[in-house]
Design a protein around this ligand. Structure first.
Ligand code: SF4
Ligand code: SF4
Length: 688
């Protein structure tokens, strides 16, 4: 016969389960409102990633405090099993997990006891950190305190229950070291009645807090307990170095202006955020004081989904899962002001550096979401910063940002006598100079240096001269997918017509676009950044240093689009080592964790608010190392550093050089005449 107490508990369990399952189902239904996207390929690889990043929390433990989270997570996993036994045995007292065998059950009992202690300590550590040593990117929300307090009470009640049962002699604690120790501390004089009452009180405290916690999870930030593992499973299998290609059809929607325009994976991202704030801590725009905060973008997306999603679901049968109509009306705008919207200012602030995505422990993809919103603003609303009007027009009409004559593209290469690329002439590489390398007086020096190094190494190459077009990187990152699409098709078809098999670029943005963005357009050639070719040449022992850089202090800066996007990290360092004999000096943020110069994502072409320039932050980090030269591999970075140095009146004492220029000037290059060591320090001016 079931007792009244067990009946009450059974009813409470059923109510809690119903609340939990209903909420979980509603959230699933909301995610299903998004557009379809196939993330069901490479299932084994996905599973392995989920184990590595979800269960083993590889990204979480990249920060020292992440170990605390790892312990909490594993504590929960072990305790989930034990709590299942707790709930079932609360209704059917004879139920026990002992059926799994004596040894496994003893191990489980031991682990549960020890992990409860570990979780209790981890909660105290987390509470102390949040209260007294809270990093600026973490918020001290009421919700976070409720969760930590609840977990702490849950563990305390577990030990209280075991302690009383052990002291009464009704529970064997031989495999439960902490509970055993606690129960041995109970004074001998405490009567059975008191112990029984204590055991009951702790049992009910544990039961009620557990059921409360179960229902609190899907309504709180702890929702990530349910969503982060699937999010790791459905992650992008490589770094998000490109963006989704658009299909231009009549009546199609361009970009994203409401949550239903996102894919289901984007919506799952919103629900998977742990609110750890790591993305905010590495975002150059946030560091510079701009409106953009990637954590808030995800937060606002989540609020937008929850507020609008509930409204949409109200009008469909409860058992319906799946996509809603593309033109479904929603009340709360996605782009705008307010807690459930992302401001247009924040949308334009992003440099697409990708630091947020690379650090996020649950693989949330911020950048594509921001670019999708830009696509809407540019292509649907024609609402973008005014300086972009001429930029877009110039590229559309003359395929360069300044509307210069296409014939001028060829001037720098004609002066050097570089031939037009021709497969028939046996050219192995196409040297793609890009808009900056072709027109900008400072970047042309980089292109010239690279061309002379390639020539000295005996590499056969040609250029496109006046036939070269902009690659479209900035167009794409600024949301003008329509012109990008046309540009990409024209470039890929030109390369194919000419039989190009290998391309070498001087710019990481051209590199990434030709290599990763054009893949969906059928690009079938290999792409190299010049540092890759130069490293190969250096390793063959072609060049010897001329000792000109012997006394220089060279600090190295990683371009986001090389290091983070494409893992090109060692090559520039090897090259500098080849010239000066020692490794370059590293900055605080280096390699994949490098800090953006501020020019990516098309921000090169946008006016900067004097108070919130991203390049200032990076210049500060560079100058801390007391360099005489700041080395980089990107014409955008060169520009941003030179501007930043001028602002700090440091341009006379610190040079900015491309690694290609360092090789050009620091090596004895057979057959190259007229090298001028000072030329790379001339002031930059887009003389277009
Ligand atoms: S891509 Fe870079 S600038 Fe944009 S939100 Fe992420 S960290 Fe910030
Ligand atoms: S988006 Fe990722 S990194 Fe940013 S707060 Fe959420 S979980 Fe943390």
């Amino acid at each position: 016969m079931i007792t009244a107490e067990r009946l009450v508990f059974a009813v409470l369990v059923l109510i809690s389960l119903a609340i939990f399952l209903r909420r979980a189902y509603v959230l699933l239904a909301m995610v299903s409102l998004g557009r379809w996207e196939n993330r069901f390929d490479h299932l084994w690889q996905r599973f392995k990633g989920m184990v590595t990043y979800g269960f083993l929390q590889k990204r979480v433990v990249r920060k020292a405090f992440g170990v605390n989270h790892l312990l909490l997570f594993w504590g929960f996993l072990v305790l989930a099993l034990v709590n299942m036994e707790f709930v079932i045995s609360g209704i059917f007292p004879k139920f026990s997990l002992e059926f799994i065998g004596h040894i496994p059950f003893s191990i489980l009992t031991f682990l549960a006891d020890v992990m409860s202690g570990v979780v209790f300590i981890a909660v105290i550590v987390a509470l102390t950190r949040r209260t007294f040593f809270r990093p600026p990117y973490i918020e001290a929300t009421k919700e976070a305190y409720i969760i930590l307090f609840t977990v702490g009470v849950l563990m305390a009640a577990y030990f209280g229950m075991n302690m009383a049962a052990g002291a009464r002699g009704v529970k064997a604690l031989s495999y439960m070291p902490i509970s055993l120790a606690l129960s041995s501390m109970v004074p001998v004089g405490v009567g059975q009645g008191t112990l029984f009452a204590l055991q009951k009180a702790f049992w009910w405290a544990h039961a009620l807090v557990f059921l409360f916690f179960l229902d609190f999870i899907p309504y709180s930030k702890h929702l990530h307990i349910l969503t982060s593992l699937p999010n790791c499973f459905f992650r992008n299998l490589s770094f998000v170095s490109s963006l989704p290609k658009m299909v231009f059809q009549a009546n199609s929607t361009f970009g994203v202006s409401k949550f239903t325009h996102f894919t289901w994976k984007d919506l799952l991202d919103f629900l998977a955020c742990t609110e750890c704030g790591r993305c905010q801590s590495v975002c150059p725009a946030s560091a510079a004081g701009k409106a953009l905060n990637p954590k808030e973008v995800v937060h606002s997306g989540k609020r937008n989904l929850l507020e609008n999603g509930l409204d949409l679901l109200e009008f469909r049968p409860l058992d319906t899962l799946g996509r809603t109509a593309d033109n479904a009306e929603v009340d709360v705008p996605l782009i705008g002001e307010g807690r459930a919207s992302v401001s247009a200012e924040a949308v334009w602030d992003c440099t697409t550096c990708g630091a947020c995505m690379d650090i996020c422990p649950v693989f949330i993809e911020h950048t594509p979401k921001l670019v999708e919103m830009r696509r809407h603003l540019v292509m649907e609303k024609v609402d973008f910063p005014s300086e972009l009007t001429s930029f877009f027009e110039n590229i559309e009409q003359r395929s360069n940002p300044w509307a210069l004559a296409p014939s001028d593209r060829a001037k720098w290469s004609q002066q050097l006598g570089i031939p037009h690329f021709s497969k028939a002439e046996g050219h192995e590489y196409l040297l793609y100079a890009g808009c900056l390398g072709s027109y900008d007086s400072r970047a042309k020096k980089v292109a010239t240096s690279v061309a002379e190094v390639l020539r000295a190494a005996g590499i056969s190459f040609g250029v496109l001269g006046a036939d070269e077009k902009c690659c479209g990187d900035s167009l794409r990152r600024l949301g003008n997918e329509y012109i990008f699409d046309r540009t990409a098709k024209e470039n890929v078809s030109l390369f194919r017509r000419l039989g190009v098999e290998k391309v070498v670029t001087i710019c990481p943005h051209c590199y990434n676009t030709l290599k990763n963005d054009y893949r969906e357009y059928g690009a079938d050639y290999q792409v190299f950044h010049h540092v890759e070719i130069m490293e190969e040449v250096l390793n063959k022992g072609f060049f010897k240093p001329n000792n000109q850089f012997r006394d220089e202090h060279i600090v190295i800066h990683d371009s986001c689009y090389l290091a983070r996007y494409n893992d090109i990290i060692d090559q520039p360092r090897t090259l500098i080592r080849g010239v000066i004999g020692t490794s370059p000096i590293e900055m605080e943020n280096k390699h994949r964790d490098g800090f953006c110069c501020g020019a990516g994502g098309g921000r090169m072409w946008l006016e900067e608010d004097a108070e919130t320039r991203v390049n200032r932050e990076r210049i500060k980090q560079a100058l801390k190392q007391k360099p005489t030269i700041i080395a980089t591999c990107c014409p955008f970075c060169v520009t941003m550093f030179e501007d930043g140095l001028k602002e700090r009146d440091a341009a006379e004492v610190v040079k900015v050089m491309d690694v290609g220029e360092i090789i050009h000037e620091g090596m004895v290059l057979p057959g190259v005449k007229g090298k001028d060591a000072g030329q790379s320090n001339e002031k930059r001016a887009i003389n277009a």
